[in-house]
Design a protein around this ligand. Sequence first.
Ligand code: BGC
Length: 372
Amino acid sequence: MKKALLAIMLLLIITACSLISPATPTSDPTDTPIPVTLTDMPTPRPTRMPPTPVSSPSPASKIYEVAQKIGRAVNLGNALEAPNEGEWGVTLKEDYFVQIKDAGFDSVRIPIRFSAHAERTHPYTLESEFLARIDWAIDNALKNDLNAIIDLHHYEEIMIEPEKHRERFLGLWQQLAERYQDTPNSLYFEPLNEPNGNLEDVIWNDLLADVIAIIRETNPIRPIIVGPDNWNNLSRLEFLHLPDDDNLIVTFHYYLPFQFTHQGAEWVNDSQPWLGTTWDGSQADRFVMNTDFSQVADWAAQNNHPIFLGEFGAYNKADMDSRTRWTDAVARLAEEYGFSWAYWEFCSGFGVYDPEIATWREPLLQALLGEK
Ligand code: BGC
């Protein structure tokens, strides 16, 4: 009897459930997946939004705002990171900062070869005249309401013999950190451009921890920009291990496809046969770019760091239409992901500005900043 009652109750429950939520058919012929090729695919949109700052920002989330403030920047390349300023054809002028601000940029990244302007032995004193020139560049940026990033660039020797140059590198930053400790936080420090060669993995992570500690002695909240080894390569982000610090911004550089962006580049071996490579911006091209950027965004979200795309650009041996398309695609995608960015570079081989006639290269400028 009990069993019969139980069976009836069970039957009633099952019937009630099927009335409330009708079961979905398990096999529907229209469900069969249609094979998709890359060219069929709609342009993929980023799946992840950058973390939004919480309403009462903790020190950790404040850095997202500080990273956003960099906004749209341009690298003042080939000037102060040449062995001596002017040797690579660019000498900075006051007017450049005015032009950059007027065009609508928010910041400048200033690559600097400090290592060529300091003593070789302890205490590695930086040349005072060179430092005065750096002060001038920073002052010009700040007085034009541009944020300034000073980046220690082209310390080639440390890439070959990291241990031998460790103390000197740290000594350089100790001096710079002391010198600029009272400069407003619209000055950002980037301890080293594109670590590469033997400066990798554990050695790079160790050196980074040390340089950050030295900077923090005098600059407790200065925003510091750091990136992975192998030329700030996005695929090396997973090997970047950072100390616990609330004021770090993570950077990567993007020059892919390399055979397009560096075609005919004199400093890249065997780049002559790449001449004529175009970038058409097909769905497949954009899919690859999006996949790269989403990898960065995923890493950033998992590791709680804002991202700054510190360099991207296509050399002037590529055709202007492709350069414009590619530049626009990179800048817009970076913005969609919430990355601030800096174009490589202002007025040399990748230049968005033609210094001969003191005029912007409009197609590139528009690709970066959009119509005025
Ligand atoms: C280097 C430049 C080079 C650029 C593109 C930069 O990081 O410092 O010398 O032109 O990358 O290759």
